[in-house]
Design a protein around this ligand. Structure first.
Ligand code: NDP
Length: 459
């Protein structure tokens, strides 16, 4: 098989994302995708020696279980450059040196968001290599205005198809499997609408607390960190119409089409949203302090660690169905997935002692599972009805989400990248909530770390 070789340049190579997610993801990709080949170049402000960088690459790729020969090949050719990416002269010279005929260059911005934007401004003064691809990490902007400004900056540099706004949730096998599940099952698609579905919950709760990430998280909070990007995109995948084919144009058109039809429940940011922050508690035997006492947290920022927003997709298929998006930290349950609750049967069967309960389809994202609750006759007494759950573990993809995302970026296919208009729509939907929270129109509730959320919130 012919190998396609690209130069992958990670700006921010000494950072947490590179070490914990990008390099291991790349390791899984190289192991399972023999035709994908990269020359890896790292750059950051850090004064790292070439050897120290090569060692980090070795560790990161090994973490992703990369085969030894492929690992050595990348380690032996990788380079590191100390660089201020916001300095136009340094960045332009660096980019010039990277040019090799016929080999596309990917600049992966694993940088703090404000630094990414400055680096892109610095690129405006450079002569850019043909076909240059720009991969931008989340959060993409901090509201509609900043996202719009960033979009204009990016498209002044390269065409939109060469911009890859990364959302690693779209690299999760189960998220992409939603398309196959929905459109490949005769029993699902005809009932995938307001006539049959009562509500949809998209939940990404985690047991982890802050884990020393105040520098990022205390500025973002659960709403910007999780709902604005990941969960709205999952919602759009659940609610979108059927793609004629799966390519970047069709899929991203359908996603943005759905996002454009989406509004806050009742168009009221106060009634459609809730927020809370954890107080001291215990998770898996570990003592967790109050969020506001975590190192690096500035209480006056009033950052939420649990966010919930309900939206409605205003079209004939979905009007009247609440889609509740929720994500939080330090929660005892830690469920991540989608719950689809169907409406009760139109006419409950007579002659039974109890009424049937509505069906529930649950799609677990981590771990990847599928369960469908159905009504059956109770064991031992056929005049009782009970719930029976059909359950399957879907099995993890051997390529980690960042590997899937990198695979498409290296192939130059923006299928799983967030298009500029999608990012702006997500901010448009949640903008009124951000404003209402900034004006303190929504109370900041509290929950004990390790609980399932504030006791006043119904489950
Ligand atoms: P870190 O703070 O850990 O790393 C930032 C990197 O940027 C460091 O290598 C730093 O170098 C470098 N850097 C900062 N300023 C400059 C500059 N002027 N010139 C050159 N290099 C510079 O951040 P993360 O790795 O955690 O995050 C990076 C991006 O990825 C962010 O946008 C974040 O939101 C996103 N992200 C992170 C995730 C994570 O789990 N970490 C998950 C999902 C997304 P130095 O150390 O020398 O200053």
């Amino acid at each position: 098989m012919e190998r396609s070789l690209s130069t992958l340049v990670i700006l921010g190579a000494s950072g947490d994302l590179t070490h914990r997610l990008l390099l291991p993801g790349l390791g899984t990709l190289l192991r399972h995708h023999p035709s994908r080949d990269v020359k890896l170049v790292g750059a950051s402000a850090d004064e790292l020696s070439q050897d120290a960088w090569a060692q980090r690459v070795r560790e990161g790729l090994s973490d992703g279980d990369c085969h030894r020969d492929r690992l050595e090949q990348v380690v032996n050719t990788t380079q590191y450059r100390q660089l201020d990416v916001t300095a136009p002269d340094q960045l332009c010279d660096f980019l010039h040196e990277l040019r090799e005929p016929g080999r596309p260059i990917v600049l992966y911005f694993a940088l703090p968001p404000a630094v990414s934007m400055k680096a892109c401004r610095a690129l405006q003064g450079c002569e850019l290599p043909e076909g240059l691809r720009l991969a931008i990490e989340k959060p993409f902007g901090s509201d509609w205005d900043t996202a719009h400004e960033f979009n204009q900056l990016l498209t002044s540099l390269v065409p939109e198809k060469q911009v890859f706004r990364v959302d690693h949730y779209l690299g999760k096998a189960t998220v992409l499997n939603l398309i196959g599940l929905r459109f490949g099952n005769r029993i699902l698609e005809p009932i995938w609408n307001v006539a049959n579905i009562e509500r949809v919950e998209i939940i990404a709760d985690e047991t982890l607390a802050l884990e020393g990430r105040a520098g990022y998280y205390d500025h973002a909070g659960a709403l910007k960190d999780m709902l604005q990007s990941h969960l709205l995109l999952v919602m759009a995948l659940i609610a979108m119409e059927e793609p004629a084919r799966i390519d970047e144009l069709e899929l991203r058109d359908l996603l943005v089409h759905t996002l454009r039809a989406t509004v806050l429940w009742g168009e009221d940011p106060v009634k459609a949203s809730r927020r809370a922050r954890y107080t001291a508690g215990t998770i898996n035997g570990k003592e967790i302090p109050d969020y506001v006492d975590e190192p690096g947290v500035e209480p006056s920022r009033n950052t939420e660690t649990l966010a919930e927003v309900t939206v409605e997709v205003r079209n004939a298929r979905w009007t009247g169905v609440p889609f509740r998006l929720r994500s939080g930290k330090a929660l005892g349950d830690g469920f991540r997935g989608i719950i689809i609750k169907f409406r009760p049967v139109l006419h409950p069967p007579t002659g039974f002692r109890n009424a049937p309960e509505p069906n529930v389809l649950a799609i677990g994202l981590t771990p990847e599972t599928l369960s469908l609750t159905m009504v059956t006759n109770a064991e031992g007494d056929r005049w009782d009805l009970e719930n029976t759950t059909l359950y399957s573990e879907l099995g993890e993809s051997p390529i980690r989400p960042y590997g899937e995302i990198l695979d498409l970026i290296l192939a130059g296919d923006p299928l799983l990248s967030v298009r500029g208009d999608m990012a702006e729509e997500c901010w448009r939907i949640l903008g009124p909530v951000l404003d209402a929270w900034a004006d303190n129109k929504v109370p900041m509730d509290e929950y004990n770390a390790g609980s399932t959320g504030p006791s006043t919130w119904n489950a």
